[in-house]
Design a protein around this ligand. Structure first.
Ligand SMILES: [Zn+2]
Length: 352
């Protein structure tokens, strides 16, 4: 465990029992002024694991910022041991302009572990690696879908690493996606540095949807309970399955889609996903599911060109019938229903 008595981030020392807000310089503006990443460090008096929770490494994926915020102002994390580092925004540049990438168009999440003498992206990644990753045992990296898409909440990670699998399962998402992450991604690089990190993907970009925030806050608390850092009993999902494969269904022709499915739906092979209409209303084709699976992600933009992604399907290792059984009559107030309702509001859905 990397937890130690002495924790210094930037030039600030944080002692056991302290809660400190820190501004860590990560870059500079054209005017030469510092650009700093805001973070809060919460340390219990008792030693234990150190975990970071970060958001908006893709600057427009702000649901994670909402999750970190909620953790900050709804309640103080009453840790029984260890340290939590809360980072509401990593990519300050992208956050300011509601863009995924940095001003040089680089995707920050492809430049880890970074290099202090490299590009803008590489330098920011290197500072994050040195100051955060190397001081943490675990990490939770919060994301949402890319522009014009939405994701049904899921947790991704390299499940061949038992520590990753442990916190991924504990988070309490219905869907687990085994995936090391692309080269240069924070989660992949952090795991190599033995900071066991998962990705949480939930909802649409440029939004802080209340149900997604509730899901994220609950998940973080579940992980802290699992690690013995927080008292309480974890919230369990209605079901939890691992996906063995995911696949995109793409538009065959240009047109306007009317959807027959919603995020989180279970779909049978051959089931209609969307009907593609020409601009004068003529039906052009029906896109059908090639597999028995789950709707993991969808386009929220109903206009498509040939080859554009329409629906991201996941194939669970558990038979659909078994999942259906667990989903029989979830209470109206359940988080499952709230998320389903909320994500559905972004889709031009015309019935199944
Ligand atoms: Zn992202």
């Amino acid at each position: 465990m990397k937890s130690r008595e002495k924790l210094v981030i930037g030039k600030t020392r944080i002692d056991p029992g302290q809660v400190l807000d820190i501004r860590l310089k990560i870059s500079e503006t054209y005017t030469g002024d510092p650009i700093a990443m805001a973070l809060r460090v919460v340390r219990a008096a008792k030693p234990g694991p150190t975990l970071f929770i970060c958001a908006a490494i893709h600057g427009n994926e702000i649901s994670g910022t909402g999750i970190v915020h909620e953790l900050m102002f709804q309640k103080t994390l009453q840790l029984t041991k260890g340290t939590v580092i809360l980072i509401p925004v990593v990519n300050i540049f992208g956050f300011e302009t509601n863009q995924r990438n940095l001003p040089d168009r680089r995707d920050l999440n492809r430049f880890f572990p970074g290099n202090l003498k490299g590009s803008l992206a590489s330098r920011i990644a290197a500072i994050f690696t040195r100051e955060i990753v190397r001081k943490c045992d675990y990490g939770i990296d919060l994301h949402s879908a890319a522009q014009q898409r939405t994701n049904y909440p899921n947790v991704r990670g390299d499940f061949s690493l038992p520590a990753v699998k442990k916190i991924a399962r504990a988070f309490g998402s219905e869907l687990l996606v085994p995936n090391k992450g692309p080269m240069g991604s924070l989660r992949r690089s952090a795991c190599r540095a033995r900071c066991f990190t998962i990705n949480v993907e939930a909802g649409a970009p440029s939004k802080m949807a209340p149900s997604v925030i509730e899901f994220g806050v609950q998940g973080v608390e579940n992980v802290l309970i699992e690690l013995g850092m927080l008292k309480g009993s974890p919230s369990k999902p209605l079901y939890q399955v691992q996906l063995e494969k995911t696949t995109w269904v793409r538009a065959q022709v240009g047109g306007i889609l009317r959807f027959h499915i919603l995020p989180g739906d279970l779909v049978e092979s051959g089931q209609a996903l969307a009907t593609n209409y020409g601009i004068l209303g003529k039906e052009q084709n029906i896109l059908r599911s090639p597999v028995n699976g789950l709707v993991l992600g969808m386009a929220t933009m109903p206009t498509v060109k040939p080859g554009e992604p329409v629906c991201h399907l996941g194939i669970p290792t558990t038979p659909l019938a078994k999942i259906r059984k667990s989903l029989k009559k979830p209470p109206l107030s359940s988080l499952h229903r709230k998320i389903r309702r909320q994500l559905a509001s972004d889709i031009s859905f015309v019935g199944r």
